[in-house]
Design a protein around this ligand. Structure first.
Ligand code: ADP
Ligand code: MG
Length: 623
């Protein structure tokens, strides 16, 4: 893993202090929990011996139900039965609008950014739905292991963004779980196969689940996985294979497209059963209820099935080709192809994936369980059960890295949980006319104000050619290398002057501090937002003051009579006083007032041939 090293809190546990830990694969369709016992990772079954837990939550008047029984309610009670919460988690209300058309739920109209679904048990967010699933799995682990879990590792897709990861962690917290770490699903699968212990090289992880397809290209470098690229299709999965089989049956049996909803649902279940059976058998017998005419009996064999599903398989192969291209990797360079997800049991798929990658894919570990097993192995290490492994490897930045900008605000350049190594650049500009130096203050943390984040380094960029405020372009590049070392470089783009500094971001930060900082950012979210608004209003107000003072100094005498000048100075004075208060609205109002009062002056300056507009107008060109 391209990883940041973090020392374990506390010492490695002695054997008799073995800490209980679990890995959780929180899937779109199904979820699982696994743990390491007697040096062996295994998934844990429910009381009836079933390892998978359908990721479905049914809400009713006085409680909730999770798993198989909940899934059975989907047809009867669709509005209160929430499936696929993973598609919604960490998404804003605005994202859901486009996602939500296929979803039967009643979304509550809300001002909050987090969508809520109306159910009989009250309104719930995708975070709460996921928490219910996590609770069931954690309880299963605690019942099996006979004690409380010290922590869990939860897997997420490699492409999950910061908000989706944060929401997943929030779900765990709601479920009363301590999250050691979120782990990328493809990394977990690679760990389950022990690829992290093998030679350095490139691995492809092919994950075809119920509703999604993900292909990830990883590079193992000195025991560390780096995500080179991710691709796939969030709307392609086993369900689509069911669909083509169902369509074939409808044609054979003469069932119309507009048949009753219940008939079509049953048909989808029959189609799925046939598809799954065909992964073992050469052909399956079908006995299908036909509305009006009783039943249709027939057979579906592998040859027909293969022709039906080949177009879907071709789509997955095209995505693999794209992912390799994005990673800048040739197919010959791929050392292993790991198969993940229930749908990779289909022999035709294995054959085609093998043809494309020119090698048989790895299928020894149950594709349903491989992600949970890898997570369990990581959780075991993180719990401190492996004395040899006191140093633990992470593949993401634990906290956001950013810069302090005017007004003490933080501009995040690399959000937390970004896979490393990573490099990101952002452009900044000067605040004052003629500014020739700027201080670059590098901070780490999730809060909006720099004073609440951790200060990592401060350095100066000098030799910026004097320009009007907002005209200079300074590119600041953050790069975190595989060892977790952060390099920050600032460059003035017109003359190419540079300054840089190297810092170690994880230095001295314990897990607990990270947790506290995250908790603080969560608890203070609203307060921070207020503070941010105030700081922004002040910066904007000060920019107006600075620009106007500069203008007055240069041509105030020439262009204004004493009365006009006094009028402008009074407005300026009022704005300066407003900035000193904490009243955001007053600052905004005074700033607007100054602009109005100065309108004629700005116009006169333009007409007088002075091409320097006010800084506030200039800055837009660079954003
Ligand atoms: P997710 O990652 O979306 O939670 P899973 O990895 O559990 O999903 O995969 C579920 C999908 O796997 C379903 O579409 C199911 O039909 C399919 N599947 C399970 N077993 C088989 C099988 N033997 N042959 C073909 N497909 C299968
Ligand atoms: Mg999965």
């Amino acid at each position: 893993m391209a990883l940041l090293q973090i020392a374990e809190p506390g010492q490695a546990a002695a054997p008799h202090q073995h800490k209980l830990a679990a890995g959780i694969d929180l899937g779109t369709t199904n979820s699982l929990v696994a743990t390491v016992r007697s040096a062996q990772a295994e998934t844990l079954p429910d009381e009836q011996g079933r390892h998978l837990l359908p990721s479905v939550v049914h809400y009713f008047a006085d409680g909730v139900d999770v798993g198989y029984t909940a899934r059975e309610q989907a047809t009867r009670d669709p509005l209160n039965t929430i499936a696929s919460a993973k598609r919604l988690i960490g998404r804003a209300v605005s994202d859901i609008k486009s996602l939500g058309k296929g979803l039967p739920y009643e979304f509550v109209k809300t001002d909050s950014r987090v969508p809520r679904i109306h159910t009989m048990a009250g309104d719930v967010s995708p975070i709460e739905v996921s928490a219910e699933i996590l609770k069931v799995l954690a309880r299963r682990a605690e019942d099996t292991l006979g004690g409380e879990l010290s922590g869990v590792v939860i897997t997420v897709p490699a492409y999950f963004d910061d908000a989706q990861r944060q929401a997943t962690k929030d779900a765990a917290r709601l479920a009363g779980l301590h999250v050691f770490r979120l782990l990328n699903e493809p990394t977990a699968a690679a760990v389950a196969y022990g690829l992290d212990r093998g030679a350095d090289g490139i691995h492809a992880i092919f994950d075809l689940g119920g509703g999604t397809f993900d292909i990830s290209i990883l590079r193992l470098n000195k025991g560390v996985f780096e995500v080179l690229s991710t691709g796939g299709d969030s709307a392609l999965g086993g369900d689509d294979f069911d669909q083509v089989v169902a369509e074939w049956i409808m044609e054979q049996a003469g069932i119309a497209d507009d048949a009753d909803h219940k008939v079509l649902r049953q048909l989808m279940l029959d189609a799925r059963k046939a598809k799954e059976a065909l992964s073992d058998a050469k052909s399956v017998d079908l006995d299908i209820a036909v509305p009006g005419s009783g039943r249709w009996q027939g057979q579906l064999n592998r040859e027909i099935f293969n022709t039906l599903v080949d177009p879907l398989i071709r789509n997955t192969i095209s995505a693999c080709r794209r992912a390799l291209r994005d990673a800048g990797v040739d197919v010959e360079e791929v050392q292993d192809v790991v198969m993940v997800g229930g749908s990779t049991r289909m022999p035709r798929l294995r054959e085609k994936v093998g043809e494309f990658f020119r090698q048989p894919p790895l299928v020894d570990i149950d594709p349903d369980r491989v992600v949970a097993l890898g997570a369990a192995i990581q959780a075991d290490v993180l719990a401190g059960n492996k004395p040899d492994n006191e140093i633990l490897l992470l593949d993401v930045t634990p906290l956001s890295l950013g810069l302090e900008t005017m007004g003490g605000l933080v501009e995040k350049v690399i959000p937390r949980n970004t896979t490393i190594p990573v490099a990101r650049a952002q452009e900044f500009t000067t605040f004052k006319d003629g500014q020739t130096a700027m201080v670059v203050h590098v901070v780490q943390g999730e809060r909006e104000m720099a004073e609440h984040c951790r200060s990592l380094a401060r350095f100066e960029l000098r030799g910026i050619p004097p320009m009007v405020a907002g005209a200079a372009r300074i590119r600041v590049t953050f790069a975190v290398d595989a060892d977790g070392l952060l390099d920050v470089e600032a460059e003035e783009l017109s003359q190419g002057v540079k300054a840089s500094v190297t810092v170690k971001p994880s230095y001295g930060l314990s897990d607990e501090e990270i947790t506290n900082m995250l908790r603080a950012s969560f608890e203070h979210a609203e307060e921070d937002l207020e503070e941010r608004r105030l700081a922004e209003a002040r910066v904007e107000g000060m920019r107006v003051v600075e620009a106007l003072q500069a203008a007055l100094a240069s041509d105030g005498e020439k262009l204004l009579n004493p009365q006009e000048r006094r009028q402008i100075e009074t407005a300026l004075q009022e704005l300066t006083e407003a900035i000193a208060t904490s009243d955001v609205d007053a600052i905004d109002a005074q700033a607007k007032h100054v602009e109005q009062v100065c309108e004629f002056y700005v116009e006169r300056r333009m007409n007088s041939g002075i091409q320097q507009a006010m800084a506030g107008h200039n800055i837009n060109e660079f954003e």
